[in-house]
Ligand binder design. Structure first.
Ligand code: KIV
Ligand code: NA
Length: 310
């Protein structure tokens, strides 16, 4: 398939064709999007949690992000690929931001970058746009600031906050941003921004259906971390332990399905369940001695075998 360009994305927006975006963290996840024709692939810093097992996105480094971006761009050839600039890679100065974005573009091989922030990142957005780098500011809920926001909370529910997000989107447009990401904002706010801020794409997550496009985290879509009640011992599932904390203590990772998944997550598959079914079947076959069988093993010519035994 043909490479998705900014012109392709703008044409989709003009014809009201929703843009599909999924995160990818490595070659296999990128290849899934590539073979299914996802329009844009995001190397999200959510990889800190869902691929590296950290509690938040704040611990991931630029070097780690670039390492994963390289693998993603080897798999996603047609999609428009963009990457998150992680916390700590752009805040210190305009120079720091520009040179780190250039590293992400040149070493990671991505087409553009996404940066969390508000008016304080305007000079960076402007400079990047001037030097020809597509940039998507991330507005609304900014997970890199979850601590100062006191949690992963919906943003722009009051008129003042909603207006601030819209004003910021306008300024980002003036600074040259090609898109804004809107996370966890009321759907009406996202719709009005999409209608009123002309010349900019809106990509939503937890922002309703009236944005130019939608993004989800691929492990959520696939159900990689869906609850595995079978693997939790009854002792861990006592009355004071929630299923989620039991899963974490059982070492199955950070579950993002209820009760801990955000409202905007929809699980379209059950890969976690299917993966565990396959792994348990493998363990059982080895323990029983039914794997490997003769067809799965190599033989030797009779005379060679006899010479070998002598
Ligand atoms: O890091 C990420 O995956 C993201 C999307 C969820 C928007 O920023
Ligand atoms: Na992110």
């Amino acid at each position: 398939t043909a490479k998705v360009t900014l012109a392709t994305l703008n044409a989709m927006s003009a014809s009201k064709t929703p843009i599909t975006v999924l995160t990818a963290y490595d070659y296999p996840t990128a290849l899934l999007s590539e073979t299914c024709g996802v329009d844009m692939v995001l190397v999200g810093d959510s990889l800190s949690q869902v691929a590296l097992g950290h509690d938040s996105t704040t611990s991931i480094t630029l070097d780690e992000m670039i390492h994963h971006a390289k693998a993603v761009t080897r798999g996603a050839k047609s999609a428009f690929v963009f990457a998150d600039m992680p916390m700590g890679s752009f805040e210190v100065s305009l120079e720091q931001g520009v040179s780190n974005v250039l590293r992400m573009i040149k070493e990671g091989g991505v087409d553009g970058v996404k940066i969390e922030g508000g008016l304080e990142i305007l000079p960076l957005v402007k400079r990047l746009s001037e030097i020809g780098i597509p940039v998507m500011p991330h507005l609304g809920l900014q997970p890199q600031r979850a601590t100062s926001l006191s949690g992963y909370l919906v943003q722009g529910r009051a008129a003042k906050g909603a207006l601030e997000i819209m004003e910021t989107a306008k300024k980002m447009r003036e600074a040259g941003a090609f898109a804004v990401l809107l996370e966890a904002v009321p759907s009406g706010v996202a719709r009005v921004i999409t209608e009123k801020v002309e010349g900019i794409l809106t990509i939503g997550i937890g922002a309703g259906k009236d944005t130019s496009g939608q993004v989800l985290v691929i492990t959520d879509v696939l159900g990689v971390y869906e609850e595995d009640v079978e693997s939790i011992s009854t002792q861990e599932l006592d009355s004071t332990t929630s299923l989620a904390s039991a899963l974490v203590s059982a070492g199955t990772g950070t579950p993002r399905k209820p009760p801990t998944a955000p409202r905007f997550v929809r699980q379209f598959g059950s890969i976690g369940q299917e993966s565990r079914r396959a792994i348990r079947a493998y363990i059982q076959a080895v323990k029983e001695g039914t794997f490997p069988d003769n067809k799965e093993s190599y033989g030797m010519k009779k005379d060679e075998w006899e010479k070998f035994l002598e």
